[in-house]
Design a protein around this ligand. Structure first.
Ligand code: HEM
Length: 95
């Protein structure tokens, strides 16, 4: 789970960038699925849930060129709330 909080008035641009995301991650080894969520009570928060076959695959992608290339479309001028960006790894228990 990766979460960040938009500090300026760019929610619409960030959500559009996710809808038009480059889909590079889809070909990464171990990638299963992703969901991009934004809480109804906090529309400036973006929660990205990526699902992987194993933690090592996620970590390899996160440190790869693919990760950097997948972020080239971050809207110019985007400002984040400092200290609010978080990454957390979860065990998938069941669906
Ligand atoms: C905290 C700063 C971050 C910001 C502002 C951000 C923003 C974005 C944006 C706007 C996109 C849409 C694609 C694009 O514009 O190029 C994107 C894609 C993505 N982000 Fe992030 N992101 C951040 C950190 C992370 C982290 C830490 C992860 C992983 C744990 C992550 C996972 C992803 C994934 C999986 C995609 C889709 C890539 C694809 O389609 O290939 N992001 N991000």
């Amino acid at each position: 789970m990766s979460r960040f909080v938009i500090a300026n008035d760019m929610q619409a641009e960030v959500k559009a960038a996710f809808r038009e995301r480059p889909h590079l991650v889809d070909g990464a080894p171990g990638f299963v699925h992703l969901d991009v969520l934004s809480p109804l009570d906090a529309p400036g928060e973006i929660w990205i849930m990526t699902y992987w076959t194993d933690a090592a695959s996620y970590r390899a992608w996160h440190h790869s060129h693919m990760y950097r290339d997948a972020h080239k479309g971050i809207p110019k001028g985007l400002k984040l709330v400092p200290g609010e960006a978080k990454i957390r790894e979860f065990e998938y228990v069941c669906g």
